[in-house]
Design a protein around this ligand. Structure first.
Ligand SMILES: Nc1nc2c(c(=O)[nH]1)N[C@H]1C(S)=C(S)[C@@H](COP(=O)(O)OP(=O)(O)OC[C@H]3O[C@@H](n4cnc5c(=O)[nH]c(N)nc54)[C@H](O)[C@@H]3O)O[C@H]1N2
Ligand SMILES: Nc1nc2c(c(=O)[nH]1)N[C@H]1C(S)=C(S)[C@@H](COP(=O)(O)OP(=O)(O)OC[C@H]3O[C@@H](n4cnc5c(=O)[nH]c(N)nc54)[C@H](O)[C@@H]3O)O[C@H]1N2
Ligand code: SF4
Ligand SMILES: [Mo]
Length: 747
């Protein structure tokens, strides 16, 4: 155990060391080490341990929360039996206890009211707040239909509210993890292999011989077991190829770093296909057996030589060829990683298709060191009456995007802003576990929509930007204080994990399952909530799965045998992919039928004009979006973001290290706050870079308020993916101001 813990530390620390001031990264693993073996032993002797899974991000690592005799949470430690974490939480997960301790938390229900002509919140009892919500729901249903109430959600609370919404007759539901995150790759891979990538990604990184990262900044993107596996792969001598305009942590660990010109990846991917096919390096046997459309693909990529791609990507032809040969050399144990946050330039489904096709050419789907066949346990549904059939829902709002497979947040926004041609107007919102103001691009539109709704409820743990717009604010207790749905995730072997409360809810906060049930009862939907406590639901489900709550409280995670067959294809195995042709589709008739390119093409995207730089952003290793920025354990490790600026740009603009600057984007939108300059060769001269999640303007966040800049507020332009409706966020440009543009105005 000790050795593998060290290994994890190594990748995190060595990666982070290069990027952060090394002290902050190392401190986490150093003298205050949460991962220190001795501490773990002491804890297990004296403290009570409670089974949970982490909610600091959506990897959902199973963990133990340790409480002392006074029922205070002292530590959270990974569950050794969990394949998501292998006993080790990432720094954010370890700091999760700060979510519970944060004294800025929402403490009681709040209702918007007007006092002396000024809008403010007053504290309310749960009964009053829930009665108000139920009565508004009824009125809106009578006048506009239940469908006119939208649910915008993310994370665990979402599933409880989704059940309430469906019981009430609305599936006008969306989450930012689709159209602002994974959507395009799910569609791109779905069209090619007949299977979503899903989470966790079924990438066999630990056994890979060649890992290719297109952007994906694993090591800063701290998805736990994925980082651990990449560390193992590096130790085992795998070739790592990172394509990133920025010298990321992953790039610093790579055999090949290709500092691509932003927005040109499809050209590189096409030229790689060209090399694989022209040099006959692709997996002929695999392609013949499992793929269709090879001849069309071959003809299509004939023209896309590395010399052609050089002119577009700035990557030298020799480098392109070298990387392609390295991939082929290692194939089929090669992974072109599908990425996760892929809503970049609006042609993202096509980029994902190109990535999928490359994997297909190399034979990596279904082969060791490539992608494995994932398996998941189906958790039985607790009995309830059938849901009523809504007259319309998220499908209708995304009608113009034929391959949208989940609700599109931006379409909910659009349908909320009154207009003449509105077919399905939305009148009310419930927002649960998503800080839409700092999450959705085109902030002005989000606020316009919020101003148009008749009624808005926000369920959160913290006073975030979004809570300030609500009519009713409901304080949810943190994940450490509640039961939630059983975690069942795709993996090499299926597993389930439970979340049980380590402590009682602090203040007057309540879990989302309880909130949903209470609203349901007030709406006459008792039959859908036929239990007193969520424990009963979990117990019933666990019994069906051959275990019990008692057992799960003791073990936290249960791993099951696979039943769907082997992880990988066997020699010459017949295999039918879940595509219309039953094959891996290099050529997509489905796309052609809808008027889209059946094989990906490169399109040119706008470039920054004189004096502007492309706004690039990514993950802070110590934080998850904005949800951890005020966390008392994590905030001290990174309390503001910086603006990465290339030395050439610093010279031209005469910028110094740590100088405060403001940003103005192409639409003249100014940053609310300032940001300190970090001069570094690690970013290209045509871009600037910052961590997402900072720049909060809610003063109630005492640690986060006014610290750094929000990338989101500068993303006022999106390019929408015509295939599935994702919002491409990386086509915004900023100029750097050295004078405070707000000097004479109040913020
Ligand atoms: N610590 C931490 N980890 C997280 C999260 C978190 O909040 N905090 N969030 C999780 C979630 S929900 C997600 S979706 C993932 C996201 O993580 P990823 O899927 O890894 O996100 P990307 O946007 O691919 O990665 C950002 C990188 O893309 C590079 N990039 C920018 N433009 C281009 C371009 O045109 N071409 C190429 N090739 N690269 C480019 C940037 O320089 C940056 O290094 O992270 C997950 N992990
Ligand atoms: N500009 C820009 N926009 C982005 C991204 C980006 O990198 N840049 N990333 C995109 C991606 S990949 C994603 S997945 C999305 C993520 O988008 P969001 O999920 O909206 O991310 P957060 O800002 O962390 O918002 C989470 C909210 O949930 C609250 N919360 C935390 N725990 C709980 C809980 O237990 N219960 C309840 N009820 N609330 C809780 C937090 O206080 C916070 O308000 O953002 C997308 N948008
Ligand atoms: S990766 Fe880290 S933050 Fe995410 S669930 Fe696991 S421990 Fe929690
Ligand atoms: Mo995401």
């Amino acid at each position: 155990m000790i050795a593998s813990r060290r290994k994890f530390i190594k990748i995190s620390a060595l990666g982070l060391g290069g990027i952060l001031a090394s002290t902050s990264a190392l401190n986490i693993f150093g003298k205050n080490s949460y991962l220190n073996e001795k501490v773990v032993k002491n804890i297990s002797k004296n403290f009570k341990k409670t089974a949970t899974y982490c909610e600091v991000c959506f990897w959902k690592c199973a963990a133990w929360a340790y409480t002392n005799e006074k029922n205070e949470i002292k530590k959270i430690i990974g569950n050794d039996d969990d394949t998501h974490c292998n006993g080790r939480l990432c720094p954010r997960g370890t700091g999760g206890v700060g979510m519970y301790h944060d004294e800025d938390r929402l403490k009681t229900p709040l209702i918007r009211t007007t006092i002396n002509g000024e809008e403010t919140y007053r504290e309310a009892s749960w009964d009053e707040a829930l009665d108000l919500i139920a009565s508004k729901f009824k009125t809106i249903k009578e006048t506009h239909g239940a469908e006119a109430i939208a649910l915008l959600k993310h994370g665990s609370p979402g599933s409880h509210l989704e059940h309430l919404f469906k019981a009430f007759g609305s599936d006008t539901i969306a989450e930012p993890a689709y159209a602002q995150c994974r959507g395009p790759r799910e569609t791109g891979f779905g069209l090619t292999f007949g299977s979503w990538v899903g989470s966790p990604e079924p990438t066999d990184i630990r056994d890979t011989k060649c890992l290719v990262l297109i952007g994906s900044h694993i090591g800063e993107n701290m998805h736990n077991s994925q980082v651990q596996e990449m560390s193992d792969a590096i130790d085992n001598g795998a070739t790592i190829i990172t394509v990133d305009p920025r010298f990321s942590t992953a790039a610093s660990k790579s055999t090949h770093w290709l500092p691509i010109k932003p927005a040109t990846d499809i050209a590189l991917l096409l030229s790689w296909m060209h090399v694989l096919i022209e040099e006959e390096l692709y997996n002929k046997k695999y392609v013949e057996k499992y793929a269709m459309g090879f001849d069309e693909l071959k003809a299509h990529v004939k023209q896309f030589t590395p010399e052609w791609a050089y002119g577009i990507t700035t990557i030298k032809p020799a480098e392109i060829r070298k990387a392609a040969r390295a991939m082929a050399n290692a194939a089929p144990a090669t992974i072109i990683h599908p990425g996760r946050h892929v809503t970049w330039y609006g042609d993202d489904t096509q980029r994902s298709r190109a990535i999928a096709i490359l994997n297909g050419l190399l034979g990596s789907w279904g082969n060791r060191g490539g992608f494995y066949f994932k398996e998941k346990i189906k958790v039985p549904t607790y009995p309830h009456p059938a849901y009523p059939e809504p007259k319309w829902g998220w499908h209708n709002l995304g009608e113009q995007y034929p391959f949208a497979e989940m609700g599109i947040t931006s379409e909910i926004i659009k349908a909320t802003i009154p207009s003449d041609d509105q077919k399905h107007p939305i009148k009310a919102w419930v927002v649960a576990g998503t800080n839409l103001i700092n999450t959705l691009p085109e902030r002005e539109k989000t606020i316009e929509a919020i101003n148009a709704v008749d009624f808005m409820v926000v369920i959160d743990t913290m006073p975030m930007e979004i809570t300030g717009y609500a009519d009713v604010v409901l304080p949810e207790c943190t994940y450490l204080e509640r039961y939630d749905g059983i975690r069942s995730a795709t993996n090499r072997t299926p597993s389930i994990a439970v979340r049980t409360p380590a402590v009682k809810p602090k203040y007057d906060s309540k879990p989302a399952w309880w909130i949903s049930k209470e609203i349901g009862q007030r709406l006459g939907l008792e039959a859908y909530f036929n239990y007193n406590d969520f424990e009963e639901v979990i117990e019933w489900q666990l019994n069906k799965l051959g275990t019990s709550l008692d057992e799960m409280k003791k073990i936290g995670v249960k791993n099951f045998e696979r039943t769907s067959g082997p992880l990988f294809l066997e020699e010459d195995q017949e295999y039918e992919f879940a595509t219309p042709s039953g094959k891996i589709e290099f050529y997509s008739q489905q796309l052609a039928n809808q008027g889209f390119d059946p094989i990906p093409v490169y399109t040119h995207h706008p470039e920054p004009s004189q004096g502007f730089y492309r706004l690039n952003y990514g993950r802070s290793p110590m934080h998850t979006f904005s949800r951890t920025i005020n966390n008392p354990n994590l905030s001290p490790l990174k309390d503001e973001n910086t603006l990465w600026v290339n030395p050439k740009v610093a010279r031209i603009l005469d910028l110094k290290k740590n100088q405060e600057v403001w940003l103005k984007n192409q639409d003249n939108i100014l940053s609310t706050f300032s940001i300190k300059v970090r001069v570094t060769e690690r970013v290209r001269w045509d871009s600037v870079y910052m961590y997402h999640g900072f720049g909060h303007n809610n003063e109630k966040l005492t640690r986060a308020f006014g610290k750094g800049i929000s990338d989101t507020e500068l993303i006022s332009k999106v390019v929408v993916d015509p295939i599935m409706g994702g919002t491409g966020l990386r086509g915004n440009f900023v100029s750097i101001l050295t004078e405070n543009p707000h000097k004479n105005t109040e913020i």
